[in-house]
Design a protein around this ligand. Structure first.
Ligand SMILES: [Zn+2]
Length: 156
């Protein structure tokens, strides 16, 4: 039996298509060109952060809106079948994220989460500028930048 709904299947397809231009790559490229230096996929930190900036004692997670349950986001929609399975799985992801962030903060890291939907081409520039500001000043962003468009948008 196929556990995937049509929605998840098309989501997976969109993930495959942009294999070389993943959201975290977009963020890394931007930070590098802005002069930041970082480590990536740091395995010895909780949650394996996508980007670590030791100089600013800051870690960045670039989260997919579906897998990390971006609440209130138009890209997060509960699958219509196998609801029990997905609820359990996604809540587990969410709890794990919360726990990892708690541990990191306890260790003195500043934690920034960037959502996939914040990297849509219409808002990515704004979001990435805000990100640089957040890193340097240590202040969190105040705006949300939800957009309701299709995935597959991270080409150069
Ligand atoms: Zn989102």
């Amino acid at each position: 039996m196929d556990n995937h709904t049509e929605k998840i299947r098309s989501y997976n397809m969109s993930q495959i298509k942009r294999v070389n231009t993943k959201p975290e790559v977009l963020v890394r490229k931007y930070l590098f060109s802005a002069g930041f230096r970082y480590r990536k996929d740091v395995k010895d930190l909780p949650g394996r952060p996508d980007i670590v900036l030791p100089k600013y004692k800051t870690v960045i997670f670039v989260n997919g809106c579906f897998w990390h349950m971006h609440e209130g986001c138009s890209k997060f929609v509960w699958p219509s079948s196998n609801q029990e399975y997905w609820e359990k799985k996604l809540h587990k992801n969410k709890q794990r994220d919360i726990k990892n962030i708690e541990i990191l903060k306890h260790q003195g890291w500043k934690v920034i989460v960037i959502w996939e939907c914040e990297l849509h081409k219409k808002v990515a520039d704004n979001r990435l500028k805000m990100l640089c500001n957040e890193i340097i000043t240590g202040k969190e962003k105040t705006q949300e930048l939800f957009v309701a468009e299709e995935p597959g948008i991270y080409s150069d």
